[in-house]
Design a binder for this molecule. Structure first.
Ligand code: 13P
Length: 265
């Protein structure tokens, strides 16, 4: 079987790889933000982006998923949870299962976000089990990976990404049923996105891994996340191998998120 040729080199040496003809994914991670009044933001986004050439997904806090699904019924905007438990139900105080997310109208779920990995101590093996639970519930997981500043400065970025990919993707995972978000931890919420070269290099590492693991199958979306905003989105979305953006702060306001969606088209 011929694998697509993928360079793990620099921006200059990166080769063009086959991209499936799918729309870019523009995802808004609201994190722990949003009260009932914020539903207006979601409806404004849906109304103004109806013609968008992008798959738009909003990841609100758990508390808004049901109402947002109701408010956006029939629109092109999908809704996702920001995490899920590995089990469908049981004595797990404070947790939410993938089946519950699906029951509320979610179609996607973020898993392994660095704020879960670092603040809640989530290991890759746990993320892999959550991915299995999400798929079982019919959700599309967006699996987040990314290095810390300390790891980058120690020259460990490639190793960290490969380890996270190897250990966060369950053995029975089929390609195209999930998405990967590359979010360098040091670029999140700082106003400083990674450089073109850093992003292209990381995406090439991810694509090479996926090509070997899922030989011949179509690639999932690879999103970039970390200080994406209305001004830099057009440029970042045009980088080699990037299939979308995972947006934090700039997804909380309809105006800035709509500009990012527009930039994808
Ligand atoms: P910012 O866009 O606020 O940097 O957040 C990125 C992020 O963590 C999205 O998941």
């Amino acid at each position: 079987m011929n694998l697509p040729k993928i360079s793990t080199g620099t921006a200059q040496s990166a080769e063009r790889v086959h991209m499936p003809q799918t729309l870019p994914m523009i995802a808004g991670n609201w994190k722990m933000n949003g009260l009932k009044a914020s539903l207006e933001v979601a409806t404004a986004i849906a109304a103004a982006s109806a013609e968008a050439r992008a798959d738009v997904v909003i990841f609100p806090p758990f508390t808004l998923i049901g109402q947002m699904a109701e408010a956006l019924k029939g629109s092109h905007v999908s809704i996702g949870g920001q995490d899920c438990h590995t089990e469908t139900h049981g004595a797990y105080t404070g947790d939410i299962s993938a089946a519950m997310l699906a029951d509320m109208g979610a179609s996607h779920v973020l898993l392994g976000h660095s704020e879960r990995r670092l603040v809640h101590g989530e290991a890759c093996a746990l993320v892999a089990r959550k991915v299995q639970a999400a798929l079982k519930a019919g959700l599309e997981p967006v699996i987040c990976i990314g290095e810390t500043l300390e790891q980058r400065l120690s020259g460990l970025t490639t190793d960290v990404l490969l380890n996270q990919l190897r250990d966060s993707l369950p053995d029975d995972l089929e390609t195209a049923s999930f998405h990967i978000a590359y979010e360098p931890v040091w670029a999140i919420g700082t106003g400083h996105s990674a450089s073109d070269e850093q992003i292209i290099e990381a995406v090439a590492v991810i694509r090479k891994f996926l090509s070997h693991r899922f030989a011949g199958a179509p690639h999932p979306h690879i999103l970039y996340g970390g200080s994406v905003n209305a001004e830099n989105a057009g440029h970042l979305l045009g980088l080699e191998g990037i299939g979308g953006a995972l947006v934090g702060g700039a997804s909380l306001k309809a105006e800035s998120f709509l500009k990012i969606i527009e930039a994808a088209g």
